[in-house]
Design a protein around this ligand. Structure first.
Ligand code: ADP
Length: 278
């Protein structure tokens, strides 16, 4: 794929990962986060720090609250009827769970990509210019340049430059997912939330998207939900392991990827990463 405008800034020493996650400065601090759907608790007492510029993978068996956790980080949880969230999520010096949070601004700073690619039913170009115009960003030549730059960044430019006005829904699944990433990146977010971004794609296309996620490391803070432990091991700096305890999702362990896979503190984590449980 084209890396002409890739944000990659030199390899991380000793690995092929882009640099940029060394200082582990907190960008989001989640404290005692609990979520209920109606009367049913889904997530209990999650406390987790998301470090700047790193890729944090959220793993765990189905139903342990991974997606629920992710939706709290940009308040998409507000859109679910009867969803009640308590605790705090500090981002940019404020608790985003407060009622006075500007949700449009928050979701611009904390973008989200879903499992199933969901481009707007518009042209490829409009998928990028629409959100930019909505947020009052450049017009004219500057807008066109931004479109090219962002399509280069996700490795799509060469594939679509001759058909920017074609419907986005005519793209393949992997191309649609990269366009959705471009749509989030064009708004220059600080944090990207990815919910199983490769699992609806075939392995080769999923690999392209995975490489792209890795290339974002350092410039963006990424939180990615994945059920694919091998993928978490390949791309994550930090891993948060969720589990269902007494019928409710909770965080059982988090730490650097080496700790989680090679020296986990919790027996549950050890059994999970060895494939004995979950
Ligand atoms: P995971 O992403 O780990 O599979 P989820 O966050 O999707 O877990 O789900 C956690 C729990 O919350 C599950 O018991 C699920 O059934 C429940 N849940 C998720 N979304 C909703 C919803 N919109 N309404 C009611 N219950 C939900």
């Amino acid at each position: 794929m084209s890396r002409r405008h890739s944000p990659t800034r030199g390899a991380h020493p000793g690995t092929d990962r882009p640099a940029g996650c060394e200082d582990r400065q907190p960008v989001m601090e989640v404290q005692d986060l609990s979520v209920r759907y109606g009367n049913a608790p889904a997530l209990r007492d999650v406390t987790l720090t998301i470090p700047r510029g790193c890729i944090t993978a959220v793993v765990g068996p189905s139903g342990c609250g991974k997606s629920t956790f992710l939706t709290c980080l940009n308040r998409l949880s507000d859109l679910v009827p009867d969803c009640r969230v308590t605790g705090s999520v500090r981002f940019e010096d404020r608790d985003i769970l407060n009622g006075d949070t500007d949700l449009v601004a928050l979701r611009r700073r904390v973008g989200m990509i879903f499992q199933k690619p969901n481009p707007f039913p518009l042209s490829i170009r409009k998928n990028l210019t629409f959100p930019l115009r909505h947020h009052g960003s450049p017009s004219g030549k500057a807008l066109e340049e931004k479109v090219e730059q962002i399509l280069c960044q996700v490795g799509l430019w060469d594939e679509v430059k001759d058909r920017l006005d074609a419907p986005a829904l005519e793209l393949s699944g992997g191309q649609q997912q990269r366009l959705c990433l471009a749509r989030a990146l064009v708004l220059e977010p600080r944090v990207l939330l990815l919910d199983e971004p490769c699992s609806a794609l075939d392995p080769i296309t999923g690999g392209v998207v995975e490489d792209l996620i890795l290339s974002l490391r350092g410039q963006y803070t990424v939180v990615v939900v994945t059920h694919n432990l091998a993928q978490a091991r390949r791309i994550a700096d930090e891993v948060a392991v969720f589990w269902v305890r007494h019928g409710v999702g909770t965080l059982i362990e988090d730490g650097p990827v080496g700790q989680i896979f090679d020296a986990p503190r919790s027996e549950r984590t050890a059994e999970y990463v060895r494939g004995i449980r979950g």
